[in-house]
Design a protein around this ligand. Sequence first.
Ligand code: ZN
Ligand code: ZN
Length: 337
Amino acid sequence: MSTSQVERFVTTNGTHIYRLPVEVFPNFVGYAYLLVNDACRLLVDTGSVFPQSAEDLLAALDTVRERFGEPVSLDTLDGVVISHGHIDHFGGLTPLRERIRGPIFVHELDRRVLTNFKERVVVVSKALERFLEQAGVKPALRAKLRDMYLFAKTLVTPVEHVDVLQDGQRLFGFVEVIHTPGHCPGQVCLKVDDILLSSDHVLPRTTPHLAPERITAYTGLGHYLESLDKIVTLAGDVRLTLGGHEEPIEDLEARVRAIRRSHERKLERFLELCREPRTVAELSMDHYGRREGYDILLAIEEAGAHVEYLYERGYLAIANLDEVEHASNPVLRYRRL
Ligand SMILES: [Zn+2]
Ligand SMILES: [Zn+2]
C-alpha cells in the first residue's frame, strides 16, 4: 500500500514490533502487528475478512522477511492474539486460518464472537432493534440498519478453538495483557516493555466508537472511562503507543486526557439538549447532523451510549413515563433533571 509501509519498532528489551498496514475496508487502513524476539513470534490481529486485507497482510509479511531479514511466515507463528472481536481485527482469520499454525488467543468476553460469530450477531441484532425502537428510529430505517448490521454474519467462518486471555496475564512471559472493555467487551491492550499496543481503545485522532451497554454487556461509556483510567496508570512506563489505526501516539497521557474531555463535552451538550424532552434519535440528529449509511447507526449508538451514561447516573429522567408504562417497547423521551 502506498499510504503506509511496514515499520519496525524495538522495545527496551529488544523485542521487534513490526507494524503491518492492511486495507481492512475500502480506503480504511488498520494495523496488525508482528512481535518477534529470540523466544517467540506472535501476530497481533489479522485484518478483515476481505480479500484485499488478507493480500496486504501476506505482502507485509513478505516485506518483513525480505527487507528486515526475519524468517517469519504464518505457519511458523507461536500464536495469534486477537485484540478484540471486531471484524477489522479478527476477520482475517477466515481467509487465512488454513495457513496459520499456532493457537489463537482472545479475551474471554469476545471468545464467542470468534467461535460462533453468527450467534453473537443474531443475538445482538435483537438487542439492537429494541434499542433503536426505544431510541425513536422509524420502522423503515430500523429494518435498513438491522440489515446493514447483519450483513457481515455470512462472511465469517467460525474458529473452532480459541485460548482465552485474562486481565493481568503475561502471555509467553513478555506480553502483558490489560483488559480495557468499553469499545468492545473483550478489548485488550498489550504492553511489551515500553511499547503499548492500544488497539482501538486509544487512537491518536479518532475518539473510539462506543455503543450503549444495553446492546452488548461490558461496552458503554462507563466501562470505557474506567478503562481509560486503567491504561493511564501505565503511561509513565510507556514510551510509545501503537493503535489499531492511525499513527503512533507519543504522549499517551495527553491523548487520554483529550479523549476524556471530548466525552465530557458531549455529555454536557446532550444534557443541554435535554432541556426539552428528546429521544436518542433526535439527540443524534441534533449533535451529529444527517449521516449516511452505516454512519447513521454509529451516530445513534454513540448518542445512546452518552444518554445511557447520564440516565444511569441520575442526570436525566424519563419524560413520558405514562406512555412507557403502557407500551411493550416504547420510545423513551429524556429530560434533564
Ligand atoms: Zn474496534
Ligand atoms: Zn478497528
